[in-house]
Design a protein around this ligand. Structure first.
Ligand code: IPE
Ligand code: MG
Length: 222
């Protein structure tokens, strides 16, 4: 979800104004996903690297997250949405963690869209914590445990969630920026110049139409 800062600057407002406006795009995309039976929607809300932004922007984003989680409770209930947050919890403020845990618990039995907020997340962090857990498991077992791709996938923070089919990046940037590095091995990428606060259902539809025209060969010949 990129381009909030530039969007705010265009209107002569502070960066946080753009982040707040971006919340409306999240709502629109969730609505679209529910209406079209999309099973998983993950949103890269805050990266490990974002912690080094100015303190007021970081705390503003955490507050926005706190407010949004609690405000959207009712939407999750009405639409059978399962809410998940994935990332390095150790860096998140206690009140936010509490709100996240409460809403995750509340929605755990929901069977519609799984909405995943990647928060304090980075792909390298994820791979590293998986490797550390594997090493700890080996140490506890007193031997080198067998490990294959499926097994390693189950150690990642995204365990149990299918790899993304489509990755959309807004605001004209064309890079992965430490997102799901392992999980995106065969993901289709879609780039759009639209800034995140302007991103709406029709933009998501265009991305999906582009995806639908692609042929996925996974390294094979047809
Ligand atoms: C994305 O918008 C939102 C977050 C990273 C939280 P940016 O804040 O990166 O916006 P630009 O890139 O400065 O326009
Ligand atoms: Mg950016």
């Amino acid at each position: 979800m990129d381009g909030n800062g530039r969007w705010a600057k265009q209107q002569g407002r502070r960066r946080l104004f753009g982040h707040n406006a971006g919340a409306e795009s999240v709502r629109a995309c969730c609505e679209y996903a529910v209406e079209h039976g999309i099973r998983y929607l993950s949103l890269f809300a805050f990266s490990e690297e974002n912690w080094s932004r100015p303190e007021d922007e970081v705390s503003g984003l955490m507050k926005l997250m706190f407010k949004s989680v609690l405000e959207e409770r009712e939407t999750f209930r009405k639409n059978n949405i399962r809410f998940r947050v994935i990332g390095d919890r150790s860096r998140l403020p206690a009140d936010l963690l509490q709100a996240i845990d409460a809403v995750q618990q509340e929605t755990a039995g929901h069977t519609g869209l799984t909405l995943i907020i990647m928060l304090s997340y980075s792909g390298k962090w994820d791979i590293l914590q998986a490797a550390q857990r594997y090493a700890a498991d080996c140490l506890a077992a007193g031997r080198q445990l067998p490990l294959d791709e499926t097994g390693f996938g189950n150690l990642l923070a995204t365990a149990g969630i299918p790899d993304p089919d489509l990755m959309i990046r807004t605001s004209g940037e064309q890079r992965i920026s430490n997102y799901m590095l392992w999980q995106c091995a065969y993901t289709e990428f879609y780039y759009t110049p639209v800034l995140w606060p302007d991103f709406r259902k029709n933009d998501l539809e265009q991305a999906i139409q582009s995806y639908n025209q692609r042929e996925r060969r996974y390294g094979k010949v047809e």
